[in-house]
Unconditional design. Structure first.
Length: 389
């Protein structure tokens, strides 16, 4: 419900993607008057939170912090899925597979054992028995997480924003000017000429964060162009349709392909998890390249040969907004004491949205700075060296 925006809000959240929407929700649930603003609307076509499916998984090698974030977010995703008319969470499981036993596998299993997660290690023979529709000859083993799966991204964000509005929250489609101030931010100017004021401000703008805060983030968050392709399974063939195949990630020394079975008739999804060229989220086109399609078709020929020559039914260009290491950003602005910066999803952030929102709300309510050093602005380097996968 968009209304006149002249009220003095307790908190204004700028950016109605997964981080901003969950932050607004958690703040509102704690009794704050919250305005949620986005330049194009919730989960719009150019947002990192727009489009179809996102993976939720807990396999992060030694990075227990992200396993916990993903697992602790699951209950909130299930709640939201129950509120929606169509599923938000498809609990189809996630399979990460490897050419050899490596440290990432052992570290993941150790973290999952510590947290009592029902994760299973599957050898090649078991992979072949359970999912013969894939070729496993060059795969040694897989890590299967039965409680995770696929999140329907745009549906999730729009459902959450609807719940926020139903609970009395206010949303607005407004672009805001670059913030300025000395020790505190006094207000925001919008594209319509209005002035918005609040006690506190949260900026969760994805790839737009470096544009709004060029001095602090212009060299520390790197938006990159990413391509996704969906292919039509053969007629009458349900081997590549959920739940007959899980969400999957082919992990090879950091060079990863990933995707989903056919969800809701959209097609079999495959993407190359390699950082693409820089992207401007406002001006770059969204047409997938022939080279990108050829790359994933060559991958399909190796791993899912029955799909290699199938028709392309959908392609999408989205973006990552990477920090140098792949770590998230959840911290207070270094000089504006009533401003918090949330972002750097780095291609893996969507699944953590509920807990990112909760952590951000706690910082805002306590006027605090990052409690986890890895989420701090101070740790965001100027040169990319991704460690989180």
């Amino acid at each position: 419900m968009t209304q006149r925006l002249l009220a003095n809000w307790e908190t204004i959240v700028v950016g109605a993607g997964v981080f901003g929407a969950w932050t607004a929700w958690h703040l509102q649930q704690r009794g704050m008057r919250v305005l949620l603003v986005d330049a194009y609307g919730a989960a719009h076509a150019r947002a990192s939170s727009g489009g179809g499916s996102r993976m939720t998984r807990g396999s992060y090698g030694p990075d227990e912090i992200y396993t916990r974030l993903a697992y602790d977010s699951l209950a909130q995703w299930k709640w939201l899925s129950d509120r929606a008319g169509l599923p938000i969470l498809h609990e189809i499981g996630v399979l990460m597979f490897f050419g050899q036993r490596e440290k990432y596998v052992d570290d993941t299993l150790a973290v999952h054992a510590k947290l009592n997660l029902p994760t299973r290690l599957l050898e090649r023979a078991e992979l072949t028995r359970r999912w013969p529709q894939a070729h496993w000859d060059d795969v040694a083993l897989g890590i299967f997480e039965p409680q995770f799966g696929a999140l329907m991204a745009a549906r999730a964000v729009r459902t959450l924003v609807h719940e926020f509005e139903r609970a009395g929250g206010t949303t607005a489609i407004q672009a805001v000017a670059q913030p300025s101030g000395d020790e505190r931010l006094a207000g925001l100017r919008t594209s319509s000429g209005e002035s918005l004021s609040a006690d506190r401000y949260v900026f969760a703008c994805g790839a737009w964060l470096p544009k709004l805060f060029p001095e602090q983030l212009g060299g520390r968050i790197f938006p990159t162009r990413q391509e996704v392709f969906l292919f039509a399974p053969p007629a009458g063939d349900d081997r590549f349709t959920a739940p007959n195949f899980p969400g999957w990630a082919d992990f090879n020394a950091g060079d990863m392909y990933y995707g989903f079975p056919d969800l809701e008739g959209r097609g079999f999804k495959v993407a190359h998890d390699k950082h693409g060229p820089p992207i401007d989220p406002d001006t770059s086109d969204r047409v997938a390249s022939a080279a990108g399609q050829q790359d994933v078709r060559e991958y399909l020929a190796r791993r899912f040969p029955a799909l290699a020559d199938r028709p392309l039914v959908e392609s999408r260009v989205c973006q990552y907004e990477n920090s140098a290491s792949g770590d998230l950003l959840i911290d207070r602005h270094p000089t504006l004491q009533n401003v918090w910066l949330v972002g750097a999803g780095s291609g893996h952030g969507f699944k953590h949205g509920p807990e990112v929102g909760r952590l951000t709300a706690e910082l805002v309510l306590s006027d605090g700075v990052a409690q986890e050093p890895r989420f701090s602005l101070a740790t965001k380097a100027l040169v990319q060296n991704r460690r989180v996968h």
